[in-house]
Design a protein around this ligand. Structure first.
Ligand code: FE2
Ligand code: FE2
Length: 215
């Protein structure tokens, strides 16, 4: 198969395009339907239940913006021999998550985090740095990120009302996908990150989630 070579300018244009799609427009999604569509059995939520769902789904949406930026940053610098295609599929699935969360937030009458551009830029830089550190580390970084995301999703599933079946259906599917992404990255040779790096990642995600819950 012929490999296409892109110039640095091509890469710049593609990255700006991706960033704008993620933040404002239509991200490149997969063929999968929104899992919330299959759930018509939604009970009426109280104002406080609705508010909590909006906040938590906003945190998840913000996490998916960051995930998208991480993948894009990583794709720019990493070699990813033999796994690039699978990682690109994973990035597309993150876009599904992005869209499903946004749809749910809008349905509930909420808004997205105002700081999404900040998280995008920061995460893009972190992804590019991880990619430059070498595939074993950047894949290890994906595996660790997904592990931490799953912990968040579990926490959110405990916090979101049992009545909010639509948000829950989205989060359950996300959990399945993130576990798959993490396993793919590990199988492709992702190394276990050093403890201080893992701790730093937890700290950054705490700041991000704490902020997106409010702003
Ligand atoms: Fe995701
Ligand atoms: Fe993921």
């Amino acid at each position: 198969m012929e490999t296409r070579h892109y110039s640095p300018l091509d890469h710049l244009v593609m990255n700006v395009d991706q960033a704008l799609r993620t933040l404002a427009g239509k991200p490149l999604v997969t063929e999968r339907p929104n899992p919330a569509q299959a759930r018509a059995d939604e009970a009426e939520l109280s104002e406080s239940e609705k508010d909590e769902s909006i906040r938590l789904m906003r945190v998840n949406h913000c996490g998916e913006v960051a995930a998208q930026a991480l993948y894009q940053g990583q794709a720019l610098t990493a070699r990813l021999d033999g796994v690039r295609e699978r990682m690109e599929r994973a990035a597309e699935e993150e876009n599904d998550h992005l869209e499903w969360c946004e749809q749910r937030i809008r349905e509930l009458g909420g808004r997205l985090s105002l700081l999404n551009p900040v998280w995008y830029l920061g995460s893009f830089a972190i992804g590019a740095a991880a990619g430059a550190a070498g595939d074993k580390w950047s894949l290890g970084f994906v595996a660790e990120t997904e592990k931490q995301v799953i912990e968040h999703l579990d926490e959110h599933l405990r916090q979101i009302s049992e009545k909010d079946v639509k948000s829950r259906a989205i989060l359950e599917q996300m959990k399945v996908d993130e576990a798959k992404h993490g396993a793919t990255a590990k199988r492709a040779g992702g190394a276990e990150l050093p403890q201080p790096v893992r701790r730093l990642m937890k700290l950054v995600s705490q700041i991000m989630t704490g902020t997106a819950y409010r702003i």
